[in-house]
Design a protein around this ligand. Structure first.
Ligand code: GZL
Length: 308
């Protein structure tokens, strides 16, 4: 009987489910909630077990979550680093535990790039350049100073650093474009409104343009501008980034002039990379999301096609 049993084909080992530990920044913006939805849905579709941790925008919570994923011996760790620096130590712990790490959405500035397998997400520098190019084109037939106030994203985050850098790289070609005030609104509507109120109160000089690093801060600022008795999108030209539904609604209402797309729909790409890493297949070190620019004139036609 033993010989007979030995000769039978082994029952196919139940394919062990891949376990992915994901540390998400928080739920600070429409972009972030769409990003979370994309990741959760894609894990379900791929049959990947997702351990999901929300850090409430605190770096120490992300570090704790990554440590707990290491302790649980997950197959892969992925996260969107809330800020660029301070993750090297915990990434070295993951490497020592032989758990591959995937960076999504935001990068870290660690020198040792062996600490992650791949970084997938937008080119924030290019997003800032697109915002700058749109403004120069809009003002190409005007003369005189163009005073810009800037709502920066989370201090120390890759998108805030690079969207500022990219925008400045473009507008510095024409000195009449001046950033007269710049402060962080931490990517949230509430903070964006609060800081814009302060800009409007403090700055006797006319504000011609608002450059917001994301739509949520722009939407908060639009409320502040209206409460100050001004017309957003007319008295103050507003440029923002992400392309979330709220931005399209503001553009259709004529209150936002342009939104530079930054897609949060990284879920499917992430799960494909997770499966490839586990299967030992090569994965590109950098996967860039393809994106466009939506001026208000295109908003109504584009809106029905939007997925986030
Ligand atoms: C960009 C992402 C930013 C969004 C914000 O990829 O990290 O974080 O632009 C979000 O809306 O809060």
């Amino acid at each position: 009987a033993l010989a007979l049993a030995a000769s039978l084909p082994l029952p196919a080992l139940a394919q062990k489910k891949i376990v992915l530990g994901f540390s998400q920044i928080g739920a600070e913006s429409e972009w972030r909630t769409a990003n979370t939805e994309s990741i959760k849905q894609a894990a379900k579709d791929a049959g990947i077990e997702l351990k999901f941790a929300d850090a409430q925008q605190k770096q120490e919570n992300q570090i704790k979550a990554i440590r707990s994923f290491i302790a649980q011996k997950v197959d892969v760790i992925a996260f969107s680093p809330v800020v660029e620096s301070g993750f090297e130590t915990v990434l070295r712990e993951a490497k020592a535990a032989k758990i591959p790490v995937i960076l999504t959405d935001r990068a870290v500035n660690a020198k040792d790039d062996s600490l992650w397998v791949t970084f997938m997400g937008s080119d924030f520098l290019e997003e800032g350049r697109k915002a700058g190019r749109w403004l120069l084109d809009k003002e190409k037939n005007t003369k005189g100073d163009v005073n810009i106030v800037e709502l920066q994203g989370t201090v120390g985050s890759a998108p805030a650093i690079d969207r500022k850098k990219g925008f400045e790289e473009i507008i510095k070609t024409q000195p009449r474009f001046k950033i007269v005030r710049s402060q962080t609104g931490d990517f949230t509507r509430a903070k964006g409104k609060e800081v814009m109120q302060a800009f409007l109160k403090a700055d006797p000089k006319k504000i011609n343009v608002l450059y917001a690093h994301n739509d949520d801060m722009a939407i908060g600022a639009i409320q502040a501008i209206e409460e100050a008795g001004l017309k957003p999108g007319k008295d103050i030209t507003i440029i923002s980034i992400d392309g979330v539904k709220g931005a399209f609604e503001a553009m259709m209402a004529g209150k936002l002039n342009v939104s530079v797309e930054c897609s949060p729909l990284l879920g499917p790409q992430l799960m494909k990379a997770v499966q490839d890493v586990v299967a030992g297949k090569p994965v590109p070190k950098r996967i860039v999301t393809q994106e466009s620019v939506f001026p208000m004139e295109t908003a109504a036609a584009e809106f029905p096609k939007r997925k986030y």
